[in-house]
Design a protein around this ligand. Structure first.
Ligand code: GRF
Length: 215
């Protein structure tokens, strides 16, 4: 069974969608640990409820900042974590962790990459006036939201959308595609070739999921 480690900084709704997908049997995986940099993160409560081991690891606790990601990497390895999930982890992941988990760290971004990377992807998209936005699950490389794209979902964007209204619409899809991407990984169906992710098996899976444009 796939062993996952989750890194989260905030409310953890994506973390919850993963927990729920495991509980429902959709995802054959186990969460070995939640690691957070924020002692106030609601994700901690979610972990508690599901008896998931939690570590609060803050960069400030390290006199040598360079030791932060090696430490996280050690904690993950100690627990035999194979796949690292960034579920709203609000930091750029350091090379020390990326090197140890090459193409084994997944992030979710609330925009259709490569458009609107970085913070507030939904606000960037709403302010720009796009007609379609969405979310992207990708493997993590050293850039900011630049790694190979695994799967995307599209949602409509309206001229009167605010950051909040668009975020809400996108979040519904985030909760579907993140567990789905993990499931594809757990089934050994993701092959990274250069900057592309090939999804083995059903061709449909490699297409953008287009949810009904009615929400
Ligand atoms: C989500 O919008 C995700 O796309 C972004 O951070 C947010 C985390 O939300 N990376 P949550 O903590 O999972 O509710």
């Amino acid at each position: 069974m796939l062993t996952i480690g989750v890194l989260a900084s905030g409310r953890g709704s994506n973390f919850q969608s993963i927990i729920d997908s495991i509980d429902s049997g959709f995802l054959k995986a186990q969460v070995a640990v939640l690691i957070t940099d924020n002692p106030e993160a609601y994700a901690i409560e979610r972990a508690k409820k599901h008896h998931i081991d939690t570590l609060i690891i803050k960069p400030h606790d390290f006199s040598d900042k360079k030791a932060y990601y090696p430490h996280i990497s050690d904690e993950l390895k100690k627990r035999d974590v194979e796949l690292v999930i960034l579920a709203g982890f609000m930091r750029v992941v350091g090379k020390a962790l990326i090197d140890q988990f090459q193409n084994r760290i997944m992030n979710i971004h609330p925009a259709l990459l490569p458009s609107f990377p970085g913070l507030h992807g939904q606000k960037q998209a709403a302010d720009y006036g796009v007609k379609i936005s969405g979310c992207t699950v990708h493997f993590v490389d050293e850039g900011v939201d630049t790694g190979p794209i695994i799967i995307q979902a599209a949602v409509p964007a309206h001229h009167d959308d605010t950051e909040d209204s668009l975020s809400e619409r996108i979040l519904i899809q985030e909760h579907k595609i993140f567990p789905y991407a993990i499931k594809l990984y757990s089934e050994g169906r993701l092959v990274v070739e250069g900057h592309k992710v090939i999804i083995k098996g059903n061709k449909e899976d490699s297409l953008i999921i287009n949810p009904p444009f009615q929400q």
